[in-house]
Design a protein around this ligand. Structure first.
Ligand code: AMP
Ligand code: MG
Length: 325
């Protein structure tokens, strides 16, 4: 059974002993282990049921740790670290010998970030080791933004630090760096435009070629109850009374009397903060499906739509269950 901890010192001792500790970051809750202890890291994959080809992000609390984990001489690294850390930006860099292969799924690169959360930073500092941590949920399922979401998914985790609701709400932006600049591997609240203010976008690669980001599947973040995007069900006659409509700007299609506005006023950052938590809550409500209005794909809307598309992917085929005969 998971034990809820308040004391960071106890949590840090658990990390040093090779145990798993779920902890809040600003993005989502992570399932953490000593990144330099391959056996502890193996337990992350086991508990999450995560495929071994899907590499983990390593979390650090200071820049000297960065230069122990990477041998990459790329000058863009320190510019971006200075501008965006602590914060929700992960850099995929050439790994040093110190990083165990299990962390990177055998790749010669490692994803590194410094989270912007006092609890996370203190935990890493007190543990005195980098912490490998994917999101603290079963593989492919909804990401946790509250301690109770973690316990719902991973009752076998050794410890959970409860830090309340996370403040960003979706996973970090992930980039790969080369001498030509950066490439976006996963969108997040730090947008391509934010990064381009300091480092050029690497235009020498076509979208989807070159550095792969394993673990980026079409289906991910998947809730138990079917979630559909409005654009995918256009023209279909849904049994509206069985569903709930998540509104951004436009009123629901006819018949939906349950409507939830995720971010009144249209603030996309607020939308991101609430999104997973609202979808978690809807799992417990007396509804059969969730219909989500598409968002404009600009700025943070790109990252949110990325998550919503993946959350809806496995459910697409089940829409026929909710149509009028
Ligand atoms: P998360 O599951 O949110 O912890 O994010 C982990 C994701 O980061 C993985 O699924 C990969 O897509 C990406 N990632 C981590 N390390 C690397 C790496 N060395 N090379 C490419 N992508 C990576
Ligand atoms: Mg995840």
């Amino acid at each position: 059974m998971a034990e809820i901890l308040k004391d960071i010192n106890l949590a840090a001792r658990a990390i040093r002993e090779g145990k798993l500790v779920a902890f809040p970051t600003e993005t989502v809750y992570g399932l953490g282990a000593d990144a330099l202890n391959p056996i502890a890291v193996a337990r992350i994959f086991e508990l999450k049921e995560r495929p071994s080809f899907d590499p983990l992000i390593v979390h650090i609390s200071n820049l000297s740790a960065l230069y122990k984990l990477t041998d990459d001489p790329n000058p863009y690294i320190s510019i971006l670290a200075q501008k965006f850390w602590p914060g929700p930006l992960t850099m995929v860099l050439k790994k040093s010998k110190l990083v165990p292969d299990i962390v990177t799924s055998g790749l010669d690169t490692v994803g590194i970030r410094m989270p912007d959360s006092d609890i996370a930073l203190q935990l890493i500092k007190t543990s005195n080791c980098p912490i490998a941590a994917p999101s603290a949920n079963k593989f492919g399922k909804l990401s946790p933004t509250k301690a109770e979401h973690v316990i719902g998914h991973l009752s076998d985790v050794d410890y959970v630090i409860d830090g309340g609701q996370t403040t960003v709400g979706i996973e970090s932006t992930i980039i790969a760096l080369s001498e030509n600049g950066f490439r976006l591997l996963r969108p997040g609240v730090i947008t391509r435009g934010d990064i381009e203010r300091y480092v050029p976008y690497d235009e020498t690669h076509e979208e989807g070629d070159g550095v792969a980001a394993p673990g980026m599947m079409d289906a991910h973040y998947s809730p138990e109850k079917p979630l559909f995007l409005l654009s995918d069900v256009e023209g279909l006659k849904l049994q509206a009374q069985r569903g709930i409509y998540i509104q951004f700007r436009n009123a629901p299609p006819p018949g939906f009397d349950k409507v939830l506005e995720m971010a009144p006023g249209g603030d996309l950052k607020k939308y991101a903060v609430r999104m997973f938590s609202v979808i978690h809550d809807l799992q417990l409500r007396n509804i059969d499906f969730i219909l989500v209005e598409d968002l404009p794909e600009e700025g943070v809307g790109i990252a949110i739509m990325d998550r919503l598309r993946k959350a809806s992917f496995n459910h697409k085929a089940s829409v026929s269950r909710f149509l009028h005969k």
